[in-house]
Design a protein around this ligand. Sequence first.
Ligand code: NA7
Length: 501
Amino acid sequence: MDNKAIKNPSVAVIGAGMTGILLAIKLREAGINDITILEKADKLGGTWRENTYPGLACDVPAHMYTYSFQGNPEWEHRFAHGDEIQAYFEKVAGDYNVTEQIRFNEAVDESHYQDRQWHLVTSKGNKLVVDFVIAATGILHHPAYPDIDGIDSFKGDMWHTARWNHDVDLAGKRVGIIGTGSTAAQIISEISDKVGQLTVFQRTPQWIFSIPDKEYTEDDKTRLRGNQKLMSKLSARYAFVMRNTFTAAVTGNKLAHGIVSWMTKRNLRKSVRDPELRAKLTPDYKVGCKRLIFSSTFYDAMQRDNVYLETTGIDRISENGVVVQGGEEHELDVLILATGFKPFNFMRPMDLTGRDGLSIDEAWSKKIQAYRSLCIPGFPNFFLMLGPNAPIGNYSVIAMSEVQTQYLLKLIDHWRQGTLETVEATEEAKVRYNEHIKAGMGKTVWVGGCQSWYLDADGDPALWPYSWDQWVKELEEPDLDDFHRRAPAEVVPLQPAEKAA
Ligand code: NA7
């Protein structure tokens, strides 16, 4: 290959979380050094920086929740706690000299495509012109606040789980928590023996699968230190188990679903003695329809004398606490909103405009879709990491980002060599790809009639309905027929003044 003929792109990476760090490392390995990483906050880490609530842990085993090229012998727990994960990302970013490349406290406010380049404006007013933009902006980082009457009238302390208020000591307090998702389950397990009284406001019960956490001993760590091969083996073993149990169970493998279902239901039967409480905690939808919660401590916490499960719907929030339908008021000192996130915001509120003045809101006005969860027609040389329909149902997002990174590097390579003038998936390819996804969805458990953050505005699960292996295979090599070989001619949009004229 004639190296002189190869173009060297400038790349802006938005976000310095798990994916942004990975991209910086891999872009550089591919010989791309003109990289700007823009991070809105003052620290890297993404979701692990923002979430600091008590009990925070990853629901994917720690040794599988690592970059494939840098295992972590120091994991303290089978399910790594939030602070361990944050420390891991800080270490990797430091080891690979990524940290010093990050422009902190600088959000991307605008990103416009014109004349085959992206023009960015940041929150500091800085302007940047680059060949490629990669949004590594994460999935679960826009807190969803509940729309409940009177929410602003509460006189006590109130916060969303992703904005934990560490100044308030919960010891002995009357605490309420709205929501019973993975986040709430972790918090409830952690704080129930510290607070005075805990009232859990449950709208929908959740299925809970019991996997005990485990502390790794010094011996365990010593065995792994300096032995990447062994750590990779361990990671592969966890990945194998996950793929053939939980991932298989949710994507149509009846045997796997039967076994996981049976174990989950048995966990409830064996763990909760009081039939009335058990009935309240029993979901009426299939196991896995909502993201399965892994916890060996939640049911014990729910059976403590100072914990009360309220299943009557919330009517309003008063200045003293929460009033449920029928008028009963639960007086509270602290109200915790464990009400989840808005996963479909993706890179927004960034003002993103592609070719021909197409805004991302216009592109997604009918449905939020992408080609291979990564490319959006009309947005050349732009990649959205972990976009709609990535296989985020109970698998490691790190593995997903690695697969997508390899794939996009191959596309960038085609641009560098001139096979592609710009990297833009065609509309037809996107439509075909999404039909392929739709065709597989019927056999998954996500269409089992439950409400969850997996569903888009039409009620369609924005997940990958096939196996993990198939996802990896489909992203092995880009199919260039799905891309515009020659850059489509740009129609420069009319400026508002011209329109008026
Ligand atoms: P989730 O899984 O979206 O859970 C949100 C919870 O909040 C869920 O129990 C909701 O009930 C409840 N909720 C939301 N709005 C309301 C209102 N208005 N009233 C009552 N209850 C409400 O978010 P998490 O943070 O727990 O977990 C998100 C992911 O982060 C998790 O899956 C892991 O991947 C990490 P619903 O079930 O909708 O009736």
